[in-house]
Design a protein around this ligand. Sequence first.
Ligand code: BTN
Length: 258
Amino acid sequence: MFVNLIQTNLTTSVLGKIIEHTTWTESTNKDAWELIDEGTTEGTIVIAEKQTDGKGRAGRAWISVPGKSLTASLIIEPKIDSRLSGWFPLLTGIAIVKAFAELGLEVNLKWPNDIMVNNKKLGGILCESRVQGKVLEWVVIGMGLNIYEQENELAVELNATSFFMEKSSSIQRELVLAKIMNHIEPLYNQLTENKDPSQLMELWTEYCNHVNKTVKFEVENESLSGEFMGIDTDGAAIIKTNGNEKIFTSGDIHIIKS
Ligand code: BTN
């Protein structure tokens, strides 16, 4: 990927001023934490072609295909109430939906962090945070998106797809990343300035593909099915089972009925 091509397409004032590009690394999220410890500033992005220990959610591995996947981690320093931390994967998802819409691909969101096209996974987000007291000091927003992969390059069990498989057309990964950053910045500023996630809640609900659907929900050792009612003011999932609404801050959703 070409750093100057990303930067040419940025309209941000803070995000992406520093971009660290490596051909391969263990994990761009891990690199981001190292940069934070070395004193980097908010807005720095780490990108890589290949990760030897790419991290997915819930301890799963994440595989990137060199030259084809978009693999990036963004560093931010919100210094807001840690209760708002659940909003970072959701606001990133909203930004990704907006970016792909500009590029002609309609994508939607599966709670908490999956980017979907026609019920197939186009990518995922892994946010990691550092909290001190009640203050959310740093957040690393890792994103892995399938751009040019062919079917045989994607893990079958993930039920995955790529931009190329959906559109049969090419796109510069640099442009995709710049557009995502251009959309993250105003959403992030809004969250830190107003401390009010209600607009994010509205947008996320509009882009979600399973509101009011019957879902199987798995969290730790518990598995239940119920209706996905939406998200609460912390970005947590509200699921109704046997007439009772339960709140979940983590877990995996499988859509079983419209
Ligand atoms: C998921 O769907 O499980 C989340 C996948 C997140 C993968 C990205 S790739 C860039 C960043 N670095 C990592 O090690 N993981 C995230």
